[in-house]
Design a binder for this molecule. Structure first.
Ligand code: 5CA
Ligand code: ZN
Length: 409
């Protein structure tokens, strides 16, 4: 499907540093080692509602990854899916009394507009599940040929016993896996399964539900297999980075990794896994099912500057959980005004050292708080009028904020 429009990225002088991130699978800080083109897959939205600040923070994180990689001289091949057919979408469409396709289409468009407003770099391929049914069914067929599946009342399950490295992404014990599987869309209690952790690959047609003909029968895909099929098709196995919020570590990314391994032999699904902390509101994870949401589109409608929204998210480290509040937005708006005033000056302190420091901070596991602090310090010095006056500095600082942090001043 159509992606969204790309903001311009200015090229900064020199070149940035290799990106080090926290890899979920090894629980270590690792330097990513992409080739000339870094390949990244990030799990996209289920479009039954508009994007909230939690979604925005997740996509902001991978936008920063892209910016750091590009600054270090890589091209970035970025793929994101959209779960445009799934139970929650069907349930919401029914509750609204509307067609599920119309609901998905509308919310995907709101999402595109949100992402473009926040200057989040678009994926090269923005791929829906509905347009990928054939390739998903093909992967299910391959997994079946590999002998890793069984049927239950026409549904096709992946047998977890066929995944000897199960646990490689999450590192969880079985009790915790069972708990999270039940909580996050799994069906550990379904009668007739060989193992409670076996998961649905293909759901046979149910009366009144959408279904497609396929080599594995008439029905629709299970959740995890959409992302392994789309990532394999667009990027191949062993791509550089698989990402999403940390609610996807288990079961989603664990089960997806097992599917890929099953058909590709020994290689891993991805070289690195990066997961983002949950954004909350009023003491709870912001989630569509809890209904405690602040929508990006709602802020846009209120006339809030999207750059202030971006700056309100940026002080938080991507792995931390944090809570949205209006105070964050007020502080971000003030910061934005200070930065804008500073880069409007005719001169300021030499910004070359600032560029090195912002590059170093971001390459160090996306240390955005330090990067912001560095720009604050430069802006304060510039506004105080002290230091060595360099007439090229304000424009360079505007470029640093723009290229590396996505904040257009
Ligand atoms: N369509 C699936 C992925 S294949 C899905 O999880 N959709 S979602 O709409 O529920 O979430 C979209 C992305 O936002 C996922 O990467 C998810 O991990 C992330 N996310 C969801 N809620 C939050 C939150 N409160 N804070 C941070 N990230 C979140
Ligand atoms: Zn996914």
């Amino acid at each position: 499907m159509r992606s969204w429009s790309a903001p311009d990225i200015v090229r900064l002088p020199g070149s940035g540093n290799p990106l080090r991130i926290h890899d979920t699978a090894t629980t270590t800080l690792r330097t990513t080692t992409p080739g000339p083109t870094a390949r990244m897959y990030v799990c996209g939205i289920t479009p039954y509602d508009a994007a909230h600040l939690g979604h925005a923070f997740t996509y902001l994180t991978f936008d920063l990854v892209t910016r750091v990689w590009r600054d270090a001289g890589h091209d970035v091949d970025y793929v994101q899916n959209t779960t445009d057919i799934d139970d929650p979408l069907l349930e919401r469409a029914q509750a609204n009394g509307e067609d599920w396709r119309a609901l998905a289409e509308r919310e995907i468009q709101v999402f595109r507009d949100d992402m473009a407003a926040l200057r989040i770099l678009p994926p090269r391929a923005f791929v829906g599940v509905v347009e990928s049914i054939d390739l998903i069914a093909e992967l299910v067929a391959k997994i079946r040929e590999a002998g890793a599946t069984y049927e239950l009342d026409g549904d096709i399950y992946f047998a977890v016993e066929s995944a000897p490295r199960f646990g490689e992404v999450s590192g969880l014990d079985r009790a915790e896996m069972l708990r999270l599987f039940a909580e996050r869309g799994g069906d550990p209690k379904r009668e007739g399964k060989k193992d409670a952790l076996d998961w649905l690959l293909w759901r046979a047609e149910r009366p009144g539900e959408p279904a497609w003909d396929s080599p594995v029968g008439r029905g629709r895909p299970g959740w995890h297999v959409e992302c392994s099929a789309i990532s394999l098709n667009e990027l191949g196995a062993g791509f550089d980075l698989n990402g999403g919020g940390n609610d996807l570590i288990f079961p989603h990314h664990e089960m997806g990794a097992a599917e890929t391994r099953c058909v590709t032999g020994t290689g891993p699904h991805a070289q690195n896994y990066m997961h983002v902390g949950m954004v909350g509101l009023d003491g709870e994870k912001m989630s569509k099912s809890l209904g405690n949401l602040v929508f990006v589109s709602g802020l846009r409608e209120r006339g809030v500057d999207p750059m202030a929204v971006r700056l309100a998210m940026l002080p938080h480290h991507y792995r931390d959980a944090w809570e949205w509040s209006d105070a964050l937005l007020t502080a971000a708006t003030e910061r934005l005004e200070r930065w804008r005033a500073a880069v409007s000056l005719a001169a300021g302190p030499d910004a070359a050292p600032l560029l090195q420091r912002v590059r170093a901070a971001l390459a160090d596991d996306l240390d955005t708080a330090t990067a912001l602090g560095e720009i604050d310090a430069w802006a304060a010095a510039a506004l105080a009028g002290g230091g060595d006056e360099d007439t090229a500095a304000p424009a360079l600082v505007a470029d640093i904020a723009d290229a590396l942090l996505g904040v257009r001043l």
